[in-house]
Design a protein around this ligand. Structure first.
Ligand code: DAH
Length: 340
């Protein structure tokens, strides 16, 4: 090996404990030892060029190998060096032994990915998207939706209130009034957002979860349009044909009020644990928007009609991804999250 290359090789042995960044700068930056040695090939006599080239290659391999090793050591998700996420964080660890934030590969949370897929399907169907608020007021939570002050149906929602009278939305329907006022019909919009309920948690209930509201207003819109729209979307999302039916329910902001029910995509109506052995799954509330709600939104119910729905994104995601406990979606357990 060329004298100069040998010296660099020896130096590399001495530098073996240098941190990744320093090694990189010392060897492969513009003025790095390896870079300069590579450039020097031009001035090597022709009969020594082949041997020099071979030496350079050896050196390059050693540098790359060492850099790769260093990088893997600091990658939190490196299979060689999994960091125990439950281990207490030791603030006294020397900086270079800690995983560096820029080395931690972030990924999207499964719920986030599902919201993106849902939104994409609705966009393909011609819907606009508007995110819902995480703090709202009595008017949007109740009054604009035909729950006058003192209406008993207000008790359907266990809401969190702030001391100064604001409410954490218990459903994304809080956005209906804004969406109606925002533009003239035809109005087609979906409104994903976080909602909050003052509820005890169990495998199928969370105090914080995602909903996706949808509204469609135009002349001559009927329940048949609603059924076809929701069915089309669900079949696209669940990637299977479904039988659907609507059954009566109660919401002050719709007339008629419906529950949208689908045949169980897992057992094809033969009964399984996902559908509670009934063959059917009650998936969401929906209905024709109540004339009072349209009027509050500045839309004449004599001319226009529309439908609306609101479903739990967590619940739909659980069906799609076969997850049996809603709490997994909140726990930040890496073993669970890495599966998606
Ligand atoms: N907001 C209702 C809830 O969370 C769901 C719902 C029902 C939304 C009917 C709607 C609707 O838009 O038309 O319980």
């Amino acid at each position: 090996m060329d004298n100069n290359l040998e010296k660099i090789q020896v130096q590399l042995q001495k530098d073996i404990d240098l941190p990744y960044d320093e090694l990189k700068t010392k060897y492969i930056s513009t003025n790095g030892l390896l870079t300069l040695a590579m450039k020097a090939i031009a001035s090597i006599p022709n009969d020594q060029k082949a041997a020099y080239g071979k030496g350079i290659n050896q050196l390059k391999n050693s540098v790359t190998e060492l850099l790769d090793q260093k990088k893997n050591q600091s990658l939190i998700y490196s299979p060689n060096n999994r960091i125990d996420p439950t281990a207490p964080f030791d603030v006294n660890t020397p900086k270079n032994d800690r995983p560096q934030v820029w080395d931690i590969k972030g990924t999207k949370h499964p719920l986030h990915k599902e919201v993106e897929k849902l939104v994409e399907i609705f966009q393909r169907m011609g819907f606009d998207v508007m995110e819902s608020k995480q703090m709202d007021d009595d008017y949007h939570m109740f009054e604009s939706l035909n729950f006058p002050v003192g209406h008993p149906a207000r008790d359907m929602y266990d809401t969190f209130w702030t001391e100064d009278g604001f409410v954490l939305p218990a459903h994304t329907s809080t956005m209906q009034n804004r969406a109606l006022k925002q533009s003239n019909p035809p109005i087609r919009v979906v409104l994903p957002g976080r909602v909050f309920r003052h509820e005890a948690t169990d495998a199928s209930h969370g105090h914080t979860f995602y909903q996706m509201e949808g509204i469609y207003v135009d002349k001559g819109i009927s329940l048949a349009n609603m059924k076809a729209t929701i069915k089309t979307f669900l079949e696209a999302y669940l990637e299977t044909d479904l039988e659907v039916r609507i059954q009566p329910s109660f919401f002050p902001f719709t007339e008629p009020d419906c529950e949208f029910v689908i045949s169980c995509p897992f057992c094809n109506k033969t009964g399984c644990s996902t559908c509670g052995h009934s063959g059917w799954i009650e998936l969401m509330g929906c209905g024709m928007i109540h004339p009072n709600v349209l009027t509050q939104g500045g839309i004449d119910p004599e001319i226009y009609s529309g439908f609306a729905w609101g479903f739990g994104v967590d619940r739909l995601t659980m069906i799609k991804l076969a997850i049996n406990d809603i709490r997994y979606l909140r726990d930040s357990n890496l073993n669970f999250l890495r599966q998606f």
